[in-house]
Design a protein around this ligand. Structure first.
Ligand code: ADP
Ligand code: ASP
Ligand code: MG
Length: 457
């Protein structure tokens, strides 16, 4: 059993769906049972969010125009892809039903000015409903038996993401829903699943269909979870930023967790836990170059290579909060009190760096969303806030025990006039993170990547 997940880039055009995606599915189906998970067609989730903004701002004309564009995009795709008349009619009436419902729904939002998390999820999920139905009808009209599986109402509302009950329960629900579908049929599953407490974008974030694929894999004990995208695998840096970035043959779950959490959007960080727990490898593959072996993420130990680390990643829109307090000196329990304030405001902290009388943390929210937190922090010390920063993370288990690489990272940046605002290295030395000004992020990634490449010359 394999799970194949196709991202928005793979579901981008008629050609990519009809030629690349459908061909990969047909080839894989010859050897294995499959579950296919899809994102919305490229750009559709953004358009749905834009239409929602128009509705909230009372601009119903722009809202309707944006939704009509989505209808047109799917109609045109169905016309080309769904050649069987019965499946074509089914597909088009489904598209119309969903877009009409969205127009009605958003008109209500516009007049009431209210939008609950649940309603927002119904809007967001529309992209995956349309793409999954489209792909399922495309396969059926090519004589590949397929079913459309909507994961919109599968999660009981009392479950919250961070609890153990969530994991056990969700895996059971996915198993029950998918097992009957896999026999003699290829289920095409909406990458959206829910409802989620606070809404999927709040609970999971963009790129949630990677997480859905990992949950499917874990539920059905898949041999592998394949994430099909537009690059040959996880690379030594984002290839859109660093020229000459290399594809990594293998990385561990821990390395993938660090990279994805710190900005490598090629995989959603939530995908790691279900795969790790069930010990299922994740493979990142290129829909537009299916022969390439891709990158395998597994629990196996590191592979040998001449490079000093695996990959460099960056995360922008970071705020650094520095707390200075003489009360910290020689007092136990101070940090517990400090982090309790962050927990109370539900603000999660990425990096931490401490001296005896001051401590700096990074959070990925702008100051405008942190006012209440900062007010409470001011009760325990003097607060300095720095906005528009970026975290650059250098990740790789081979760095452990190799102190010189840390030194090289710092000197490469400072020799090139990139000011380091903060650093954070844990004792395993597998993630060296530095905070730099947001305007210097691409320059920093390029500099560190050049250093990476020179190690193998
Ligand atoms: P999909 O639509 O398939 O979900 P995404 O856009 O979410 O695709 O993720 C793929 C993109 O991730 C690539 O096009 C690439 O620009 C970006 N990316 C960022 N960091 C890395 C990295 N280290 N290796 C590979 N790709 C990366
Ligand atoms: N379509 C969603 C998004 O753009 C989910 C995904 O791509 O995985 O975030
Ligand atoms: Mg993605």
């Amino acid at each position: 059993m394999l799970v194949l997940k196709f991202g928005g880039t793979s579901m981008g055009t008629v050609e990519s769906i009809g030629q690349s995606v459908a061909t990969i599915i047909k080839a894989k189906a010859k050897k294995d049972d499959l579950v296919v998970v899809v994102s919305a067609m490229s750009g559709v989730t953004n358009s749905l969010l834009k239409a929602t903004d128009h509705a909230i701002n009372g601009d119903t004309d722009k809202m309707k125009k944006t939704l009509e564009d989505i209808r047109k995009k799917h109609h045109e795709a169905a016309k080309e892809l769904v050649t069987d008349h019965t499946f074509f009619r089914d597909c088009v009436s489904y598209i119309d039903e969903k877009i009409d419902a969205m127009i009605y729904y958003m008109s209500e939002v516009s007049s009431s000015g209210e939008l609950s998390a649940k309603s927002h999820d119904i809007i967001v999920s529309t992209g995956e409903r349309l793409s999954a139905r489209l792909l399922s009808c495309t396969l059926n009209s090519q004589d590949v038996k397929s079913s459309y599986v909507n994961m919109n109402k599968v999660i009981p509302t009392e479950l919250t993401l961070e609890t153990n009950a969530y994991w056990d329960e969700v895996v059971k629900i996915f198993k029950k829903k998918l097992t009957p579908e896999v026999k003699n049929n290829i289920p095409v599953v909406t990458g959206y699943f829910g409802p989620n407490p606070g809404g999927i974008l709040e609970a999971v974030g963009r790129g949630y269909s990677d997480f859905c694929a990992a949950l499917c894999g874990s539920a059905l004990k898949a041999k592998e979870i394949e994430i099909w995208t537009d690059v040959d695998g996880i690379m030594s840096a984002n290839p859109k930023v660093a020229k000459g970035a290399k594809v990594l043959e293998h990385i561990t779950f821990t390395e993938a967790g660090e990279l994805s959490h710190f900005g490598a959007k090629v995989l959603h960080p939530r995908s790691i836990r279900p795969a790790l727990k069930a010990d299922i490898p994740i493979r990142i593959l290129n829909t537009f170059n299916p022969e390439a072996p891709g990158t395998v993420i597994s629990g196996k130990p590191k592979t040998q290579s001449c490079y000093p680390f695996k990959s460099i990643t960056s995360k922008e829109g970071i705020t650094v909060i520095r707390i200075c307090s003489l009360r910290m000196l020689l007092v136990h329990g101070f940090l517990a009190k400090l982090f309790e304030i962050f927990a109370r405001h539900e603000v999660s902290v990425d990096l931490v760096s401490t001296a005896e009388a001051s401590l700096s943390v990074t959070v990925d929210q702008p100051t405008s969303k942190l006012r209440k937190l900062i007010k409470d922090l001011e009760e325990i010390g003097t607060i300095h806030v720095m906005e528009n920063k970026a975290i650059i993370s250098v990740v790789g288990e081979e760095m452990s025990g190799e102190n010189y690489i840390q030194g090289q990272i710092m000197s490469t940046l400072s020799d090139n006039k990139v000011k380091i605002e903060m650093t954070s290295v844990d004792s395993s030395l597998m993630n060296v993170s530095v905070v730099v000004d947001g305007a210097k992020v691409d320059k920093s990634v390029k500099l560190l990547h050049d250093m990476f490449l020179t190690h193998c010359k």
